[in-house]
Write a protein that binds this ligand. Structure first.
Ligand code: NAD
Ligand code: MG
Length: 390
């Protein structure tokens, strides 16, 4: 029996993970499930999977959760500290699928217990790459990438030597607005941005796909996880979302990972690694598909890609600033405070302001300094957005 916990169990990745686990209930001992506002979902899954504990991020919802799980034997808890506490419970495998920088602390705690971390929460590597990798190394914990591009790269590298890798190409669908003129993008609404042409994902990552902030996080995630030079990482727009990534070797070979756009592939690969098991994902009929297309991203439409390069150049805690400013700018767009294209302006302004402080950027990277830097960047992003509104 594999002991598993799922952080962010009620979200898109969490639900896909539960789908795979629920197909083979006898193979898994479910320890902790965590969620947010969706108490009914969290309670139903905790009952069905006979979890040891269910935790909501919101202390005000503790009584609702307790009521929903009354008589089930599932323990309940609430709050960020309780989520981190749940990550202390011994398990073999943890799915890190909380959205945003809130995913960092429970992931670190799980690795401190030596658990294998299936990492969907890309923000962990963006905000605190060296801390995450160092924690894994210190505690002998393994990290398995779950982002589809990074799972694809990971699979293309099986048995290969990183020294033979010339380049890594991650693909981007182009999101909801890939064919829209810039003027139309400027006036886009959150509802329009949250409709993805190929993938069914959470609201925040879907909007980040339309702005390519998602891809910008993934470029940094690639650099941190695979330890490659930023100049080796390329982005290719691929509207069909079937080739997830390609690795180019020094003999000119390109190894591509091709599959249906279904996150259960990457989740299942991390769940069963190093084995491959049968997964309930569609098999591609390439003759039916006929053709796959690729093009370079237009830098004018996607300033987020340039900002990611600047962050990799700056290093240190600039990733924490970048991610926090991005999360706040996204909140601002969802709340109607700023326009779609202004998100990148806000992030750039916050980076310019805070990265000028070398003491801040080059401070030792610990959970505390990352959290403080995240906080500072959110305050600055708020100020920048207020100035834009008046
Ligand atoms: P989602 O919004 O569908 O779900 C997020 C989960 O996190 C929910 O369970 C929610 O309750 C919980 N959560 C939100 N804020 C929290 C907080 N402050 N504290 C504790 N829990 C909180 O998100 P998602 O699309 O499943 O994405 C999850 C992570 O996986 C993100 O980092 C995303 O970038 C990454 N990812 C997602 C996909 C995808 O297909 N959805 C693909 C690749 C990577
Ligand atoms: Mg991805």
């Amino acid at each position: 029996m594999k002991r598993v916990s799922i952080f962010g169990a009620t979200g898109s990745i969490g639900q896909s993970t539960i789908d795979l686990i629920a197909r083979n209930p006898d193979s898994y001992d479910v320890v902790a499930l965590t969620g947010g506002h969706n108490i009914a979902r969290l309670a139903a899954d905790a009952r069905a999977l006979n979890a040891q504990v269910a935790v909501t991020a919101h202390e005000t919802l503790l009584e609702d959760l307790r009521t929903a799980l009354d008589g089930s034997g599932v323990a309940v808890a609430a709050g960020q500290a309780a989520i981190v506490e749940a990550a202390s419970r011994p398990v073999d495998w943890v799915m890190s699928a909380i959205v945003g920088s809130a995913g960092l602390a429970p992931g670190l705690r799980a690795m401190e217990q030596g658990a294998t971390l299936a990492l969907a929460n890309k923000e962990s590597l963006v905000t605190a790459g060296s801390l995450v990798l160092q924690t894994a190394q210190t505690h002998g914990a393994r990290i398995l990438p779950v982002d589809s591009e990074h799972s694809a790269i990971f699979q293309a590298l099986v048995g290969e030597d990183m020294a033979a890798v010339e380049r890594i190409i991650i693909t981007a669908s182009g999101g909801a607005f890939r064919d829209w003129p810039l003027d139309k993008m400027r006036a886009a609404t959150p509802e329009q941005a949250a409709t993805h042409p190929n993938w069914d994902m959470g609201q925040r990552i879907t909007i980040d796909s339309a702005s390519m902030f998602n891809k910008s996080l993934e470029i940094i995630e690639t650099k941190e996880f695979f330890g490659c030079d930023p100049a080796q990482i390329e982005v290719l727009v691929h509207p069909e979302s079937m080739v997830h990534a390609l690795v180019g070797f020094n003999d000119g070979a390109l190894m591509a990972h091709v599959g249906a756009p279904d996150m259960r592939h990457a989740i299942g690969y991390a769940l069963h690694w190093p084995d491959r098991r049968d997964l309930p994902v569609a098999r591609l009929d390439l003759a039916q598909i006929g053709q796959l297309t690729f093009q370079n991203p237009n830098p004018e439409r996607y300033p987020a890609l340039r900002l990611a390069r600047e962050v990799m150049e700056t290093g240190g805690l600039s990733g924490a600033i970048f991610n926090a400013a991005k999360e706040k700018a996204l909140d601002g767009f969802i709340e109607g405070r700023i326009g779609f294209l202004q998100m990148a302006d806000v992030v750039e302004q916050v980076l310019d302001d805070l990265c000028a402080d070398n003491g801040l950027i080059n401070a030792e990277m610990t959970l505390d300094t990352v959290t403080q830097t995240d906080h500072l960047a959110r305050i600055r992003a708020d100020e920048v957005m207020c100035a834009k509104q008046t």
